[in-house]
Design a binder for this molecule. Structure first.
Ligand code: PGA
Length: 257
């Protein structure tokens, strides 16, 4: 019997928490996760800041919770001062990696070409990339949204080949709603998921898309709106920033799934 894919809930803590705070938060979340049997309803991925990865890995061991990094470099080894190898992430227990988040595109000037290289390197090391795509407010206002999304997806997937073990997640994150407290209309998120799906058909078979690729939504998801974005159309999960930083609020959010 095929195993039903559970909704994916990714907590992106960005640079908001210290190592100690990340460890405490993951302990509290794991306790609630087990107590409420959340593992029967959702797959949880915690993405702390790099220096907290090992500490959080210790906490979540054998608890059915996965570890994600917020970025990665596109080479596995060599003279790249300050960068982090996908191989080293795997070594410390990381399973997922966020790639191309709009904050990195904006503040670190990450280009589509860099993002594509990161995606290729991550997949080849067995990581599950969470590729973020999304339009700015100006792009949306000028009617460019679908074009921008299709371009970001196509350029990132250029040259990507999925092996039977690969998993890929595409997160639709409209840049202008991130951290704003106001998510997009669920219908708009579903329609954009369709644009992403159709773009991916140029790269992967429908069968591979069904079993190995997920599309999720991110941008001001909170306990009051999460149900609009999970299991609606092609959307099968969420990427949560602000609402994942405080245990009670995030447990409340998990309870809504
Ligand atoms: P937000 O962030 O939930 O605070 O809007 C989402 C993200 O940037 O991944």
């Amino acid at each position: 019997m095929p195993v039903k894919k559970l909704p994916l809930l990714v907590a992106n803590w960005k640079m908001n928490l210290s190592v100690k705070e990340s460890v405490v938060l993951s302990k509290n979340l794991c306790e609630a996760y087990i107590k409420n049997k959340f593992q029967e309803r959702l797959s949880l991925v915690l993405c702390p800041t790099f220096p907290a990865l090992s500490g959080v890995a210790e906490v979540i061991k054998k608890k059915n919770v996965s570890l994600g990094a917020q970025d990665v470099f596109w080479k596995t080894q060599g003279p790249y001062t300050g960068e982090v190898s996908p191989r080293v992430l795997v070594e410390i227990g990381v399973e997922y990696v966020i790639i191309g988040h709009s904050e990195r595109r904006q503040f670190l000037k990450e280009t589509d070409a860099m993002i594509q290289q990161k995606l290729l390197a991550s997949l080849s090391e067995g990581l599950k990339p969470i590729l973020c795509v999304g339009e700015t407010f100006a792009e949306r206002q000028s009617g460019q949204k679908d074009l921008v999304i299709a371009r970001q997806v196509s350029s990132a997937l250029n040259g990507v080949v999925l092996t039977p073990e690969s998993h890929l997640i595409i997160a639709y994150e409209p840049v202008w709603v991130i951290g704003s407290g106001q998510a997009v209309e669920p219908r708009e998120a579903s329609e954009t998921a369709l644009v992403i799906y159709q773009t991916m058909l140029d790269f992967f078979s429908p069968k591979a898309l069904k079993s190995q690729v997920s599309i999720i939504y991110g941008g001001s998801v909170d306990p009051t709106n999460i149900h609009y974005f999970v299991g609606q159309g092609l959307l099968s999960g969420v990427l949560v920033g602000g609402a994942s930083l405080e245990d009670k609020r995030f447990i409340n959010l998990m309870n809504k799934l």
